[in-house]
Write a protein that binds this ligand. Structure first.
Ligand SMILES: NC(=O)C1=CN([C@@H]2O[C@H](COP(=O)(O)OP(=O)(O)OC[C@H]3O[C@@H](n4cnc5c(N)ncnc54)[C@H](O)[C@@H]3O)[C@@H](O)[C@H]2O)C=CC1
Ligand SMILES: O=C(CO)COP(=O)(O)O
Length: 355
């Protein structure tokens, strides 16, 4: 077995590429580690100069990954123009709230045909835009992809076996992501349904919060299975109504990511739900987390959108009432359990419309 942090010897089989990773949090660090260990030169951009200094001198990003030493050719920088200018391919791991602002401010730095891949699992507040749509609007001359799947950063940096999905229309973008990232512990599967893959990654965060709540209340394993499966039904109903392919939800980016985040306390969204289930208020739970939990923002947007387009999402509505409407958890559970009993798989037996 190779040492945990050693760059992998690819025997010269994979050409070395200059790549950029934008965003110095947990996931940016995890993907930088994979890319550098695969032998690539990684221009790792973050806004915090002290963090750049620390990674340059110690190879450790102590705020987000204190136990992880980055090895290989990692070049941390606060100069986004330099990182993007030198890179053939750019990966973006910036939380959804800041995503457009960062790309827009630097849009002139991106080149015609440059590959830009979003790693972010969220939705923009105004206009319900996904990150690939933001990239399309801000840097339309680039070739765009989305990476999403059951990808807990804390496991990837440990080289725990992991699979993900690259979604892109352009086959060259898909192949490039597979070549750059694939290795003995990381597998990259391909899809063309960018919207479905990306929406799945954002939506599952909501159900991870619900699962955390259920775990805090010790609701049992049957309840966990019910929540995950009904979550899948609900998120695919919503996504399909917006144009996603239902089959995407059978894959890693759909059911795969839903399983990992709904069953693991390593998920930040799960942890927020767990804390609220134990009686903490939402603001304190988020402050204690100290990292992004995209689901709390996605929840609000999906609740509004589902009401606007008339899609039935009882788990979204129930969680919203608990987190933002001060409803009692017990009352919400009771109303969900006593709702009209309906179809299991509505692609086979259509749901009886009750509202
Ligand atoms: N951590 C994980 O396991 C995974 C995370 N993701 C997604 O990746 C995205 C980023 O998440 P994490 O890295 O985990 O979050 P994090 O909370 O660990 O780090 C966020 C990073 O973004 C930076 N940031 C925030 N606002 C910024 C701004 N205006 N300009 C520049 N940088 C800014 C922060 O300084 C920090 O370095 C999220 O959408 C998340 O859902 C996707 C897969 C797995
Ligand atoms: O998306 C993730 C795993 O696939 C990470 O989930 P959290 O953001 O909840 O930690």
């Amino acid at each position: 077995m190779p040492e945990k942090n050693a760059p992998q010897d690819n025997g010269g089989a994979v050409p070395v590429h200059d790549v950029a990773v934008l965003g110095g949090g947990s996931f940016g660090t995890a993907m930088t580690k994979v890319l550098a260990e695969n032998g690539h030169r990684v221009h790792f951009w973050m806004r915090d100069a002290a963090q750049v200094e620390e990674i340059s001198t110690t190879s450790i990003n102590s705020r987000y990954m204190p136990d992880v030493k980055l090895s290989g050719d990692v070049l941390p920088t606060t100069d986004l123009a330099e990182a993007v200018g030198k890179a053939e391919i750019v990966f973006v791991a910036i939380p959804s709230k800041a995503f457009r602002a960062v790309i827009r401010e630097h849009c002139d730095e991106f080149r015609d045909g440059q590959i830009v891949i979003s790693l972010t699992k969220g939705i923009e507040e105004h206009g319900f835009k996904l990150m690939s749509e933001i990239l399309q609007e801000e840097i339309p001359r680039c070739r765009i992809g989305v990476l999403s799947g059951p990808n807990l950063a804390g496991e990837i940096v440990n080289r725990d076996l992991t699979a993900t999905v690259i979604a892109a229309k352009d086959p060259d973008v898909r192949r490039t992501a597979q070549d750059l990232l694939g290795c003995e512990y990381f597998r990259v599967y391909a899809n063309v349904d960018i919207y479905g893959v990306e929406l799945a990654g954002a939506l599952k965060n909501i159900y991870a919060i619900v699962a955390g709540l259920s775990s805090a209340l010790d609701m049992g394993e049957n309840a966990k299975a019910m929540l995950i499966t009904r979550g899948l039904a609900e998120m695919s109903r919503f996504a399909v109504s917006l144009g996603a392919n239902p089959m995407t939800f059978m894959g890693l980016a759909g059911v795969g990511d839903l399983i990992v985040t709904c069953t693991s306390s390593k998920s930040r969204n799960f942890r927020v739900g767990y804390a609220v289930g134990k009686g903490q208020n939402l603001d304190d739970a988020v402050a204690d987390l100290g990292q992004v939990a995209e689901g709390i923002y996605t929840l609000k947007l999906v609740k509004e959108k589902s009401e606007a387009i008339g899609i039935y999402m009882p788990l979204v509505r129930g969680l919203y009432e608990i987190l933002y409407g001060n409803a009692s958890i017990k009352a919400v559970i009771n109303s969900l359990m006593m709702a009209v009993q309906n179809s299991d798989v509505e692609f086979i037996l259509p749901r009886t419309i009750t509202q």
